[in-house]
Design a protein around this ligand. Structure first.
Ligand code: ARG
Length: 670
C-alpha cells in the first residue's frame, strides 16, 4: 500500500490511497488516521471557500479508511485458507467496471457465468446486451459492443484475469490466469477444502423429518429427512450455528383415543410398560372404536383435555406411546446417520396460549362458528387458532414454534422441509407472523422448502403391491438386499473382506437412496426406482462412489505414500498446460460457487449435478493424461507425474466434501 499527501501552496490538499487490502498494515492505518485528523484541524487550514470541498473529500477518505480497516480485520481471520469463489470475485471486478461504464443506470445487470465451451473463454460476462436494452428504454441508443468495450476499459487491475475479448453482439469472454488457478489448487491441497469466510456466525433452524407419533413414518418423511439433513450439513460446513429440529406430531386429538384405548387394553400401564409392538394396529383399533362407540368417543375427548392440562397419569400414557414411536423413528435415523433433536408440537402447549392471547390483544381474531380465526390480508385462507372445542390446531402450533424460533432461538434463518402440499399453510403462517410484527423478511429469512411426492415406477403414488403405504424400514432393508445382490453380481465378494463388503453394502444402499432423492429438483415429484438408483452408469451415487474409490486407489496402486503427496502439495506446481488439466482444475475450483448458489435457492440437486460433472471431467482428464507411467512388460512404475497426482487428490478432496454434504459415506474399497 502507498499512502501520500501532497498539498500545493493553496489550500487544496489531496490524500491518495492505493491499496490492496492484504498489504495494509496497522501502522499504515494509524498514520492515515493521523493525516485525516490533521486535515480536520482548523489550524492546518485557513478558512477558505474550498474548505467545504475538502470536508467532503475528507468524509470520503474516512469511508475508504473504514473499508481498509475492515479488510484488515478479515485478513486477521486468515481467509486466505478458505477457498475463493472465483465467480463471486469476477462479479466484484466486473460489477465495479459495469457501474463505472454506465453511471446512467442505477442498477445495471451483472451477469457472469462459467463457460462450458473452452473456445469462448473460462467465464463470460453478458451484461452489455441487457444494459443496451435498459439504456434504450431511457432513450439512449448505444451498441452493446461499445458498452462491452467500455466495461473492459474500466476493469481494475486484478489477480485473476489473463485477458478478455468481445464476441458476437457484446459478450465478454474472460480468460483466467493459469498461474492464479494453479495457486488456488495448491492452496486447496495444502489447507484442505475450507469454507469461504463468514461475515458473522448466523443461526439457522431447520425443521425437517417431523413424522407423526403413533403413525408410520412414510416416504414423504423420508424425503424430508434426507433433504433436511443435507441442508443442515451444508450450513454446518459453511460455519453456521445449526439447530436441527424434529417437529413431531405428538399433541393432536389422536392421543385422546389412543390413551382411552390404552386404559381399556392395559389398565396397569402406569406400572408396567405395555407391549404395543405394533402401534399402527393399536392406532387402527382405537380409531375404529372412536368412530363406532359413542361412549368411547366421549371419553377420548375427555382424555385429550386431561392430557393437554398435563394430568400426570395421562402424561405417563402419552409418554409410553411416544416412546414406542420414537424407537421406530430412531431405527431409520440410525441407518441414515441422521442427527436431530425432537421438539414436537407438545413443546409449544403453553406458548400456544400466549400466541392466542397476543393475536386477541392486537385485535386480529374473529369468531366463526365458535372457532377463533385470523384473516391475513392477501392470503387465500384464514388460520384457525382455536377450535370450537377449545383445542389448538396445526396452525396454532406452527405460529407458536415460529415465534419461539425468532425470539428465543434468535434464528436468522428458519427453514421448513415438508411436501409442497403444505405450501399454503406455511405461506399463511409466515404472513400472519409478519402481520403481527414478529419478523421482517428483509432481516430474517423464513422459508418453506417444499418437495414433490414420491411415485412408484408406475408413476402412481408409491405403495406396496397390496396397496399399503410402504414402511420405511422395509424400504431400507430392501435397499440393503439389492445393493448386496449388485455387489455379488460384480463378484466383489471375492475381492473384498467380509467387513469391507458389508461396509460397501450399506454405503451403496443408503447412499443411493439419498442421492436419488437429492439429485432431482426437490420441487418435482420423483420416481422411486431401486434399479435406476443402483445403476453404476449415469448420475447415481453408485457411479460416483465407484469413481471416488478409483481416484483414491490411483496413488495407492502406485505406492505413493500420503506423506509424499502432502509434501508435493507444498513443493510441486500444479501444471495446467494440457487442455484436460485446465478443464479439470477449473471444475474443481467451482465448488464454492456451487455451494453459494444452493445457499440462495436451497436446491441441492445442483451439488449432485456438479459432482457428476466433476467425475466425468476427471475421467476425461485421466483418459488423456498419464498420472503414473508404467513399464509395459513388468508393470513397474517408471515415472510419476506428481502434478497430475495432485489433481487427482484435489478432485477426491472435493468429492469427499460433496459426499459429506449430501450425507453419503464413501468407502476405501468397493
Ligand atoms: N408432522 C407434519 C406432517 O407429518 C410435518 C411437520 C412439519 N413441520 C412443521 N413445523 N409444521 O405432515
Amino acid at each position: 500500500m502507498r499512502a501520500g499527501c501532497f498539498g500545493s501552496s493553496c489550500d487544496l490538499v489531496w490524500l491518495f490511497v492505493t491499496a490492496s487490502p492484504a498489504s495494509v498494515t496497522e501502522h499504515e492505518i494509524q498514520s492515515l488516521s493521523a493525516e485525516i485528523e490533521s486535515l480536520k484541524n482548523p489550524q492546518t487550514l485557513s478558512p477558505t471557500p474550498r474548505l467545504d470541498e475538502l470536508r467532503e473529500e475528507n468524509a470520503k477518505l474516512k469511508y475508504r479508511l473504514n473499508i481498509l480497516k475492515r479488510s484488515l480485520q478479515e485478513d486477521d481471520t486468515d481467509c486466505s485458507k478458505s477457498m475463493m469463489n472465483i465467480n463471486q470475485r469476477l462479479q466484484e471486478v466486473f460489477g465495479e467496471a459495469i457501474r463505472a461504464s454506465c453511471p446512467e443506470l442505477d442498477n445495471p445487470p451483472l451477469a457472469v457465468t462459467p463457460n462450458q465451451q473452452a473456445k469462448f473463454g473460462d467465464y463470460q460476462c453478458n451484461s452489455a446486451m441487457a444494459m443496451a436494452q435498459m439504456l434504450k428504454a431511457k432513450g439512449i441508443k448505444v451498441n452493446p459492443r461499445e458498452i462491452a468495450e467500455k466495461i473492459i476499459q474500466n476493469l481494475s487491475d486484478n489477480e485473476l484475469i489473463e485477458k478478455t475479448e468481445i464476441a458476437g453482439p457484446g459478450f465478454i469472454n474472460i480468460h483466467l490466469k493459469r498461474t492464479f488457478v494453479s495457486k488456488l489448487l495448491s492452496n486447496l491441497l495444502i489447507n484442505g477444502v475450507q469454507p469461504p469466510p463468514l461475515a458473522s456466525r448466523k443461526k439457522v433452524v431447520v425443521d425437517f423429518s417431523s413424522p407423526n407419533i403413533a403413525k408410520e413414518m412414510h416416504v414423504g418423511h423420508l424425503r424430508s429427512t434426507i433433504i433436511g439433513d443435507s441442508m443442515c450439513r451444508l450450513f454446518e460446513f459453511l460455519g453456521y450455528d445449526v439447530l436441527r429440529l424434529n417437529h413431531v406430531g405428538d399433541w393432536g386429538t389422536q392421543f385422546g383415543m389412543l390413551i382411552a384405548h390404552l386404559q381399556d387394553k392395559f389398565p396397569d400401564y402406569l406400572t408396567i410398560s405395555p407391549p404395543i409392538r405394533d402401534l399402527q394396529a393399536f392406532y387402527k383399533e382405537s380409531k375404529k372404536r372412536f368412530d363406532e362407540e359413542e361412549d368411547f368417543k366421549k371419553r377420548a375427548y375427555q382424555c385429550v383435555v386431561k392430557l393437554q392440562s398435563k394430568e400426570p397419569d395421562f402424561i405417563k400414557g402419552w409418554n409410553l406411546i411416544c416412546d414406542v414411536s420414537r424407537r421406530e423413528f430412531q431405527k431409520v435415523y440410525n441407518c441414515l446417520d441422521i442427527q436431530i433433536i425432537e421438539r414436537g408440537e407438545s413443546y409449544y402447549q403453553d406458548k400456544m396460549t400466549e400466541v392466542v392471547k397476543e393475536f386477541e390483544e392486537k385485535g386480529l381474531v374473529e369468531i366463526d362458528e365458535g372457532r377463533k380465526i385470523v384473516f391475513v390480508p392477501g392470503q387465500p385462507i384464514p388460520l384457525t387458532i382455536v377450535k370450537s372445542d377449545g383445542g389448538y390446531t396445526y396452525d396454532t402450533s406452527d405460529l407458536a414454534a415460529l415465534r419461539q424460533r425468532i425470539f428465543d432461538e434468535k434464528a436468522d434463518i428458519i427453514i421448513y422441509v415438508t411436501d409442497s402440499g403444505q405450501g399454503t399453510h406455511f405461506q399463511v403462517v409466515f404472513a400472519a407472523a409478519q402481520l403481527i410484527g414478529w419478523y421482517n423478511p428483509q432481516v430474517t429469512r423464513v422459508e418453506h422448502a417444499g418437495f414433490g411426492v414420491v411415485l412408484g415406477e408406475d408413476k402412481k403414488k408409491f405403495k406396496t403391491r397390496s396397496g399399503d403405504t410402504v414402511r420405511l424400514m422395509d424400504l431400507l432393508d430392501e435397499g440393503l438386499k439389492r445393493s448386496m445382490d449388485k455387489l455379488k453380481d460384480k463378484e466383489r465378494d471375492k475381492v473384498l473382506t467380509p467387513e469391507e463388503l458389508t461396509k460397501a453394502q450399506s454405503s451403496v444402499a443408503f447412499g443411493c437412496i439419498k442421492y436419488a432423492d437429492l439429485s432431482h429438483n426437490r420441487i418435482n415429484d420423483y420416481v422411486f426406482s431401486f434399479d435406476k438408483m443402483l445403476d453404476d452408469r449415469g448420475n447415481t451415487a453408485a457411479y460416483l462412489l465407484y469413481a471416488f474409490t478409483r481416484i483414491r486407489s490411483i496413488a495407492r496402486l502406485a505406492n505413493i505414500a500420503e506423506a509424499t503427496l502432502r509434501k508435493a502439495a507444498e513443493t510441486t506446481e500444479v501444471i495446467l498446460d494440457h487442455e484436460k488439466e485446465w478443464k479439470l482444475g477449473k471444475c474443481i475450483l467451482r465448488f464454492p460457487e456451487i455451494l453459494q448458489k444452493i445457499l440462495d435457492d436451497l436446491l441441492l440437486h445442483t451439488l449432485c449435478d456438479y459432482l457428476y460433472e466433476l467425475a466425468t471431467t476427471f475421467t476425461e482428464f485421466y483418459d488423456s493424461c498419464y498420472c503414473v507411467e508404467k513399464d509395459r512388460q513388468t508393470g513397474e512404475v517408471v515415472k510419476v507425474n506428481m502434478w497430475r497426482m495432485l489433481l487427482c487428490e484435489a478432485t477426491a478432496a472435493i468429492m469427499a466434501k460433496g459426499f459429506d454434504i449430501l450425507g453419503i459415506t464413501p468407502v476405501q474399497r468397493m
